[in-house]
Design a protein. Structure first.
Ligand SMILES: Cc1cc2nc3c(=O)[nH]c(=O)nc-3n(C[C@H](O)[C@H](O)[C@H](O)COP(=O)(O)OP(=O)(O)OC[C@H]3O[C@@H](n4cnc5c(N)ncnc54)[C@H](O)[C@@H]3O)c2cc1C
Length: 416
């Protein structure tokens, strides 16, 4: 495919944030180029959970039939067990949102966005194409130098460059925007196991002192399992041997022992995730805006990364459309256009991060006294009449999307 020399919007990164934004902008007739450094969509062990509000948003945007055609798993509940005792259970059908969270592989979700965009006029997607550096003039971002799949370079000029290139964003670094990166106390190792037929569709958090397993039923027939490990502790863990690691998992949740023995065979079956949060004080410059993990990396607790990315994209569409219609100097979208967007999305992210930090600190407790107090706290929470109100706020975190904007982002009816 030939590389356009100019475009209205250049999106760097075709993850959930960039792919959805590209599709929704193209639906509005905006000229958009999405560049993704990977050739294919395969991404193992990424966020696969869509909280109920995101599932609602995607259906309202017209992606319901494609989601159904691919298939997904509806998660029914989350249960917490600590030191062998159930301390909390939340049933997702008791929330006012009225739909269940869904689990769908990230490549499938991105593929749905890309397929919906592929035929739209003005939309171009380049895989195997990496952002290399910014083109800047007079303090404004005017485009990017890209490295193409064949190793050659190309310059693309744009009125707005969107950095949707994830937690280690090169766009962010190139723009001189600093991030306050705060490592969490522990990192994370994930793997998949086949899901026994009688397992059910409930998510579980199984905690034993300061070790835990997150066990998530995953489409089509897997369990996605994650466990915590000490910060930079993977080397030490490996020295103790794979057998010892596997035994330690079975000790946390003995129900998994036979599956672990049969299906978790080496470190190659696991995937490491360094856990940190990143707060980015500045999300935009003239000609540039950051979204998704590039502007706010959170932890995997409660699976909010993809939701935040989706909501960023949906909220940004009307902002970009309005800004392109009323451009600043030389047609470049000014940083000020994103002030309201940034303030509202930052508030949402801060809320999620605050809860994730509280949860992480509770999970890190190890002494008998502190773990007993922790069980008591979760049991008390479980018995509170306000339990569903509290969890609704956390799991179905505020959804700042105006339905009017959503309708505007939907595809035009065939007769239009
Ligand atoms: C191992 C792992 C496990 C995770 N587990 C969970 C989970 O269980 N639940 C959850 O909600 N979230 C999870 N997350 C986080 C979740 O995947 C992210 O929050 C979400 O994908 C963010 O979407 P995004 O589009 O902002 O960024 P990303 O999904 O990171 O997408 C960024 C895209 O940009 C591309 N890119 C990067 N650099 C360049 C470049 N120079 N040029 C062109 N393209 C580039 C990348 O290839 C990638 O496709 C996990 C993340 C990881 C890494």
């Amino acid at each position: 495919m030939t590389v356009p020399v100019t475009t209205d919007v250049l999106i760097v990164g075709g993850g959930p944030a960039g792919a959805l934004l590209g599709c929704l902008l193209a639906r509005r007739g905006i000229e958009v180029l999405v560049v993704e450094k990977q050739q294919g969509l395969e991404r193992d062990f990424r966020g696969e959970t869509l909280a109920a509000p995101s599932a609602v948003t995607l259906r309202r945007l017209g992606f319901g039939p494609a989601l159904t055609e691919h298939g997904y798993l509806e998660t029914t509940s989350v249960t917490m067990r600590m030191e062998g005792r159930q301390v909390l259970r939340v049933d997702y059908d008791k929330f006012p949102v009225g739909v269940l969270p869904i689990d769908i592989p990230q490549p499938a979700l991105i593929g749905i966005f890309n397929d919906a965009a592929a035929e739209l006029p003005g939309y171009t997607y380049l895989s195997g194409t990496a952002f290399n550096s910014l083109i800047e003039e007079g303090g404004q971002v005017r485009g990017a130098v890209l490295k193409l799949a064949d190793g050659s370079r190309a310059e693309v000029r744009c009125r707005l460059l969107v950095g949707a290139d994830g937690r280690f964003s090169k766009v962010r670094k190139s723009a001189g925007i600093s991030a306050d990166v705060q490592p969490m106390q522990r990192d994370f190792l994930s793997f998949k196991l086949p899901r026994p037929a009688d397992w059910g569709n409930g998510a579980e958090l199984v905690v034993s002192r300061d070790k835990h397993l997150v066990v998530l039923p995953t489409f089509p027939d897997f369990l996605r399992v994650g466990t915590n490990l000490p910060k930079r502790g993977l080397g030490d863990l490996r020295k103790e041997g794979f057998g010892a690691f596997r035994d330690s998992l079975a000790a946390i949740d003995p129900r998994l022992a036979p599956l672990l023995k049969e299906h978790l065979l080496s470190w190659d079956d696991t995937s490491f995730l360094e856990i940190f949060t990143a707060e980015v004080a500045q999300w935009s410059r003239d000609g540039l805006v950051l979204i998704g993990d590039a502007s706010h990396t959170c932890t995997p607790i409660l699976g909010q990364g993809v939701n935040l990315a989706i909501q960023d994209a949906v909220c940004l569409v009307p902002v970009i459309a309005a800004a392109l219609a009323a451009p600043g100097q030389d047609g470049v979208v000014p940083a000020a256009a994103f002030a309201e967007f940034t303030a509202s999305r930052r508030k949402h992210k801060a809320f999620v991060t605050r809860f994730q930090r509280l949860q992480e600190s509770a999970l890190a407790q190890r002494t008998p006294l502190r773990t007993a107090l922790r069980r008591l706290r979760y049991r008390t929470l479980n018995s509170l009449p306000a339990k569903y109100r509290i969890f609704d706020k956390v799991i179905n975190a505020p959804h700042p999307i105006d339905p009017v904007d959503l309708r505007a982002a939907e595809p035009a009816p065939a007769s239009a």
